[in-house]
Design a protein around this ligand. Structure first.
Ligand code: ADP
Length: 593
């Protein structure tokens, strides 16, 4: 939402909350495609009208200009004229029929225009993502007056190409912004000669449709190709849109830096940094809503949504709604409809190689799609990326942990992490300060699969780096980094098979004291249970003495101010290791006065 409409909503929020009936307004907003059925349900589940209104405004503030306009229109339609007037002056400028739903705009004219430009058709199995499509269209409208770049970015298989093609399937948009036509170019990973061939054939296509007489010799260097294209776009096809699908390399983009209108899809958010002109971007979230993903499975298997077997939901959950994975599996099920359980277990066992390509997707299998993203990193960064293999699922880490792990300056770490994020290899939670970084489940699974034989040494590296950095004792600041080490150090030791390290840590009253002070006793007790079998190999009596101490004193260790652990430990039986260590510490204290 732009600043003006946003501030207008905030200003009149309370008045709106008092008066509107959300259920009526939301119907309009859904049919405008600015709100999903899920969002509506969430709002409807609020008990009172007032609470629904509050929730609706909350949602609206997070949405874009079109949602504001749609809300305004809904107020007019429901004859809340006074309220509509309040919002009227701050209506953002968007062309009147710019955002009719896609079915309105998908006419024979559009079909002809797009097929001439080589824009791929809708796949047979297709689900709409109205909000995303509208977001891309809105950015494309910014190219109406001036040239510029719209970047659609997101991770492998998130549906970028399909989204780009869908966004231009709209008559109003083409007529108003790109009457010169829409031209699709699949790029992918290619070298210079291949790129030259692609541009040659684009030029040929563009020249041919002008007049069949003129027979130009094809440009025979990239520079020449760039000039030819510049001339064609400027003189013969002003106000046309080029769609560059799947760009990996900014040098490729530079060839198209010719002051024209471009929509590109990529996993690498920062590609347009090196070119000139206005730039806009849309991020494609990696997963579909559960219902959309189920819809894909239903369409492939020719089933009704509610007729899907229970495995369907698990498949969607397992891959977090990844459009690529869901459709790969859908296509397999179409052939072998009684293999729901089998494919689910393949997915659970990370047997990505068996989930083979089905249709138009360029990668043979999911793992290749993932590997491709990693392979374009510089070699030393590939090595660093590998270290993410040791993270636990769904755990987010601050940059400082990686700075210890990689033994690099925090600034350098930030740059590297930014690169990973920009290439859709890593996600960042920027609501948290410091930022926290994490992997998509599929990426983590892939890494674990790929580095299966090196798990032990990767965990060992973590432990050794930690020990190197914290020679003088564990961190106790309580910040995000400290929390990570205190919580996961034992986990890394166990996975690294560093039993000696694990014993000396867990059979130490100091560690017990630090960990329970920072995290409370529950995590600690859990450690003794989880690593019990390993600890018992060294000394099962000591293990149970520590565990007993914790279960007896758990409630005390939750108190703040934090109790004196040495005092608590002194009340243990005199045969206990816990007592022995406490006694030593007490004597040490006494001797120091
Ligand atoms: P990306 O360009 O992000 O790598 P694609 O757009 O090529 O991803 O989509 C990958 C695959 O996911 C497609 O081949 C298709 O099977 C499936 N897919 C993506 N978006 C949709 C959608 N809206 N409806 C149905 N299937 C989709």
């Amino acid at each position: 939402l732009e600043e003006r409409p946003r501030s207008c909503l905030l200003r009149f929020r309370h008045k709106l909350e008092e008066d509107i009936k959300p259920s009526y307004l939301m119907d309009h907003m859904i049919s405008d495609g600015v709100m999903t059925v899920d969002e509506e349900e969430k709002i409807r589940s609020q008990p009172t009208r007032k609470e629904q209104a509050v929730a609706l405004l909350e949602l609206l503030l997070r949405k874009d200009n079109r949602a504001y306009i749609s809300f305004y229109n809904a107020l007019v339609k429901e004859t809340y004229d006074d309220l509509a007037n309040l919002l009227h002056d701050d209506l953002p400028y968007v062309l009147p029929d710019a955002h009719k739903s896609s079915s309105d705009g998908y006419t024979p004219y559009v079909q002809a225009m797009l097929s001439e430009g080589g824009v791929p058709q809708r796949p047979v199995v297709f689900v709409s993502r109205p909000e995303l499509v509208n977001r891309v269209r809105e950015k494309l409208y910014r190219l109406q007056k001036d040239p510029g770049w719209v970047t659609v970015f997101g991770m492998a298989g998130s549906g970028k190409s399909i989204l780009a093609a869908e966004a231009v399937r709209h008559q109003g948009l083409i007529e108003e912004c790109f009457p010169g036509g829409i031209h699709w170019l699949s790029i992918g990973q290619l070298d210079k000669p291949d790129l030259l061939v692609k541009i040659q054939s684009l030029c040929f296509r563009l020249e041919q449709s002008l007049d069949s007489q003129s027979l130009h010799r094809p440009p025979n260097s990239l520079d020449e190709a760039k000039e030819r294209l510049r001339f064609l776009m400027l003189r013969r096809y002003p106000r046309a849109l080029l769609i560059l699908d799947d760009i990996w390399d900014s040098t490729v983009l530079k060839t198209f830096d010719i002051h024209c209108r471009i929509l590109l899809t990529t996993r690498n958010r920062s590609l347009t940094d090196s070119v000139s002109g206005a730039k806009y971007e849309v991020e494609v979230e990696s997963g579909l809503d559960e219902n959309k993903a189920l819809e894909i499975l239903a369409l492939y298997t020719d089933t009704k949504l509610h007729g899907l077997p229970e495995e369907a939901r698990s498949i969607v959950r397992e891959c977090k709604g990844s459009p690529l994975v869901v459709s790969l599996i859908g296509a397999l099920l179409k052939e072998k409809p009684n293999r729901w359980r089998y494919y689910l277990s393949q997915l659970q066992q990370k047997q990505f190689k068996r989930i083979r390509k089905s249709s138009s997707y360029d990668y043979d299998a999911l793992d290749q799609a993932m590997a491709a993203s990693i392979e374009v990193l510089p070699e030393d960064h590939q090595e660093l990326y590998k270290d993410f293999t040791v993270l636990e699922q769904d755990i987010k880490v601050p940059a400082k942990v990686l700075s210890v792990l990689w033994d690099l300056e925090p600034e350098e770490v930030e740059d590297i992490l930014e690169e990973f994020v920009n290439k859709s290899l890593l996600f960042v939670d920027s609501h948290n300060k410091p930022y926290l970084y994490y992997l998509h489940d599929l990426q983590l699974d892939f890494l674990v699969e790929q580095n299966r034989t090196q798990l032990e040494s990767l965990h060992t590296k973590v432990v050794h780096q930690y020990q190197q950095h914290y020679r003088d004792g564990p961190p106790i600041s309580g910040d995000e980094e400290c929390l990570y080490w205190i919580r996961f150090l034992t986990y890394h030791m166990a996975k690294a098979n560093l039993c000696q390290e694990l014993y000396s840590l867990m059979f130490s009253l100091d560690w017990v004291s630090i960990k329970s002070k920072i995290m409370g006793p529950a995590h600690l007790i859990n450690d003794y249970v989880e690593y019990g079998p390993i600890l018992d190999k060294e000394n099962s009596e000591v293990r149970s003495q520590f565990q007993e101490f914790l279960s007896l004193n758990g409630h005390q260790l939750e108190q703040r101010p934090f109790p004196d652990v040495v005092q608590l430990a002194l009340s243990q039986p005199h045969t206990s290791e816990v007592y022995r260590q406490a006694l030593l510490q007490a004597q040490d204290r006494a001797s120091r006065g």
